[in-house]
Design a protein around this ligand. Sequence first.
Ligand SMILES: Cc1cc2nc3c(=O)[nH]c(=O)nc-3n(C[C@H](O)[C@H](O)[C@H](O)COP(=O)(O)O)c2cc1C
Length: 180
Amino acid sequence: MEDIFLSRRSVRRYQDREIEAEKLQQILAAARYSPTWGNLQCQELIVVQDAGDKDKLSELLSKKNPATICAKVAPVVIAVCGNPKKSGYYNDKQVTRYSHWFLYDLGIISQSICLKAWELGLGSVIVGSFDHKAAEELLKIPTGYELVSLIPIGYPDHQPSAPKRRGIEEFVHYGTFKQD
Ligand SMILES: Cc1cc2nc3c(=O)[nH]c(=O)nc-3n(C[C@H](O)[C@H](O)[C@H](O)COP(=O)(O)O)c2cc1C
């Protein structure tokens, strides 16, 4: 099997073609079986397919965001949100440095969604930069839940090349953290 970890790309242009319901279910199942802190499963996913709602979401990305058109033209946008109190070490009295396990959980789920989509011949892109508050209102996300990312998904209309990566030797340290 092709190495999906190496070949997966962020795809920002899609064919005018629906995603089969079966494929969508497979993607959601991948999200379901993602690991989460203490198996608390803080995630809530909103599958946005309505053209009007996707248009409105697209308007909540800045014009400079390369993914602005994606939310509009993709057949499906998955909004990744969840309850921060349902993840590691949340402390009501103070935000501890561990509160970000919520983001960690949702990050892993986002990666599962993108990799499963890729395996099924679909392209996606994680979108983190947009007007979160307005999007939360649009999607009727209740108080206490946070919207973290939008993931447009569709059949790719192009084959993006890989943005440059740091060499393994640049970020891997054997034994202890080595500084230049
Ligand atoms: C947390 C996160 C947020 C991102 N937000 C955006 C975004 O707002 N707009 C966009 O076009 N791409 C966004 N991306 C995609 C990255 O730009 C992309 O993953 C990176 O350039 C590497 O390219 P590749 O995914 O094709 O390997 C985001 C990726 C991550 C992980």
